[in-house]
Design a protein around this ligand. Structure first.
Ligand code: ADP
Ligand code: ADP
Ligand code: SF4
Ligand code: SF4
Length: 579
């Protein structure tokens, strides 16, 4: 089975010489392998195409993908058009939480929309209207059949927390309280979402993290049989991620929940089952069979699905099984001075400390505690109120919010950036090469993030500051960037400081930790860098959560509260690194 996909954002028939058509051997032999539609856009016949791949290479904008898939996959469940992305299989809603794990652009939102009854699938034929009977017949005997039957009779109520919470600001005028009253259908304990202080604020004035918690609250209050949460942890700090995980778990005790989440610790903690989605982003996606959460995440990291006998990645993603040395050893490299930064109503006190050559320092702490302020002061964007930042070190800084104000393509932006070409070519180019022909101001949040982190890491500097690099990235991209950040810092013998709320990401990237504590929005204290072990203990103790390690992959896994491991580890004061 041949899949030919043309990325319509990249394909530019007005700026090319139709190289795809010109060089296709089929066309040269007189077949209609590639034709033009009324708008002059190329259309590839998947029946006539032999899969030679010449058009893929010849297209100057890299717009074409040709893939051979096994016949056993059968018909796609949906496609967005001729030569467009298609997806195979559906997730199965079950009592409890069914997590979906997979890269960006693989079809997670698409399959959720189908299961929610918001998108009527076309079984791979964009011109056909598929009846419910046909769909039910296709899944006869499978677990999802009864779900589709209920959907077809309109008997199923669903509640949906969309990925993009900013949309709420566009679609609702009024206060937080007003929105919660409007969406109120049943009583739920919303206390863990900590919304009391913002109830009277206007929806248009609240921060991303506040908006996320409001969106989750509104979804929880709906009376539904099936609840969807698309990336509920975005913008939240580690403690808030845990709080929302707890309320969603409670909801799932007697209801069905489907969850998409890129924070592995949250996904793991929340889900009972997992579907892995694999394929090629923007080209095709396949939903795996349903797996237990541990097996599903491990197989995802491994890149190999046992039940399907399917290898979808040529390498495994591994975590270090042994705790790092108590003190990270290395030559003294740089000094972080002691300083104080004050805003009206907020003060940040920084203890300062020494960095050693080649290390990555992870920075953890709640929202509004001064982490970004710390980065901005070090980067020289703001002056400290007390103390001095000498410009001894050349800094490369990736701020928390990255914007795309560049008129041109990603490739043009890269050409214009002063950087260490050798390191860029070796470590970073492959992470963004798929974006080269795209216009910078048309990139999605995750795409902008990839470009911004890649550029920050490729500049020549002494000290690298990355503020929330994992935001909007998928699990694979997070782990890959963590790996690259670590390697590049070692290779350069420089130092990197990384603010991030994703515990698994921090575990992967950091050699040591800097913990921020205090009262959010009022006062923050930045401790000196310390070992992962003592830093994580300090941080997790405050959050009252313990982590063990998965023996197979070495990844940290949150213990369920009051489980035997949780009780034991708390007694021993070992919140982290235990097996
Ligand atoms: P994910 O949620 O895994 O990031 P999506 O389901 O949002 O993936 O999208 C999968 C693919 O389908 C992407 O390549 C996207 O560009 C494409 N796609 C999604 N919605 C549409 C649409 N309405 N029309 C055309 N293409 C779409
Ligand atoms: P974090 O990065 O830990 O979320 P921030 O450093 O962004 O925290 O903010 C810490 C506190 O300082 C917050 O209460 C924030 O509102 C306040 N703050 C940040 N920047 C400014 C500013 N430019 N003017 C006034 N207050 C600010
Ligand atoms: Fe031109 Fe490539 Fe589009 Fe073909 S696919 S029309 S070569 S841009
Ligand atoms: Fe033609 Fe080969 Fe491209 Fe198929 S892969 S459309 S046969 S050039």
């Amino acid at each position: 089975m041949r899949v030919a996909v043309i990325d319509r954002d990249k394909c530019q028939p007005k700026r090319c010489a139709y190289e795809c058509i010109k060089y296709c051997p089929g066309v040269r032999m007189g077949d209609e392998t590639i034709t033009k539609d009324e708008q002059g856009r190329p259309v590839i016949s998947e029946t006539l195409c032999t899969g030679c791949g010449i058009c893929v290479k010849k297209c100057p904008f890299h717009a074409i993908s040709i893939v051979n898939l096994p016949e056993e996959l059968g018909k796609p469940i949906h496609t967005f058009g001729v030569n467009a992305f298609r997806v195979f299989g559906l997730p199965v809603p079950k009592k409890g939480v069914v997590g979906i794990i997979g890269p960006n652009g693989i079809g997670k939102t698409t399959v959720m929309s189908i299961v929610a009854g918001r998108l009527v699938p076309n079984l791979g034929n964009p011109n056909k209207k598929v009846s419910w009977d046909e769909l039910i017949e296709l899944f006869r005997g499978q677990e999802i059949q009864t779900h589709l039957e209920a959907l077809s009779k309109g008997e199923l109520r669903v509640a949906f927390k969309p990925q993009n919470v900013d949309l709420i600001q566009k679609n609702f005028n009024g206060t937080v309280k007003g929105l919660l009253e409007e969406t109120h259908e049943r009583n739920v304990d919303l206390a863990p979402l900590e919304l009391d202080e913002i109830l009277d604020r206007d929806i248009s004035d609240i921060s991303g993290g506040e908006l996320q918690r409001v969106a989750i609250a509104a979804t929880l209050q709906k009376k539904a049989d099936l609840y969807f949460f698309d990336e509920p942890s975005s913008y939240l700090d580690a403690r808030q991620r845990l709080s929302i995980a707890k309320v969603i778990r409670k909801l799932s005790e007697n209801r069905k929940v489907i969850l998409v989440e890129h924070d592995l610790a949250v996904l793991d903690y929340l889900s009972d089952y997992v579907h892995v989605m694999y394929g090629k982003g923007g080209v095709y996606g396949i939903v795996s069979s349903l797996k237990s959460v541990r097996v599903g995440i491990n197989e995802f990291l491994e890149g190999y699905l046992r039940a399907e006998n399917m290898r979808f990645r040529d390498h495994a993603m591994k975590f270090e099984l042994k705790p790092p040395a108590e003190e990270w050893k290395g030559k003294p490299y740089a000094t972080i001075p002691k300083f104080i930064k004050k805003y009206e109503g907020f003060v940040l006190k920084v203890d300062g400390g020494e960095l050693v050559e080649g290390e990555v320092i992870g920075i953890v702490g709640p929202n509004a505690i001064g982490k970004s302020t710390f980065m901005r002061v070090l980067a020289g964007v703001e002056k400290p109120t007390e103390g001095e930042i000498k410009d001894t070190y050349k800094i490369s800084y990736k701020p928390q919010y990255v914007s795309a104000d560049f008129d041109g393509t990603v490739k043009q932006l890269i050409t214009k950036t002063e950087m260490n070409k050798e390191l860029f070519e070796y470590f970073l180019k492959k992470e963004i090469i798929d974006l080269y022909d795209k216009n910078v101001n048309e990139l999605s949040g995750g795409e902008i993030q990839r470009v911004a982190v890649a550029l920050a890491l490729s500049r020549d500097a002494d000290l690298y500051l990355l503020d929330e690099p994992s935001a909007f990235l998928d699990v694979e991209q997070r782990i890959r960037f963590a790996e690259i950040t670590k390697k590049i810092t070692e290779k350069r013998r420089s130092a990197t400081m990384v603010v991030d709320h994703d515990i698994v990401f921090q575990d992967y990237v950091s050699n040591r930790l800097m913990v921020f504590e205090g009262v959010p929005g009022k006062e923050g204290r930045a401790h000196s860098p310390e070992s992962m072990h003592s830093g994580m203990n300090k941080f997790l103790k405050k959050m009252e959560i313990t982590y063990r390690r998965d023996p197979e992959t070495g990844r940290p896994r949150a213990n369920k509260p009051k489980s035997q491991k949780d009780i034991e580890q708390k007694q021993e004061g070992e919140y982290y690194y235990s097996f």
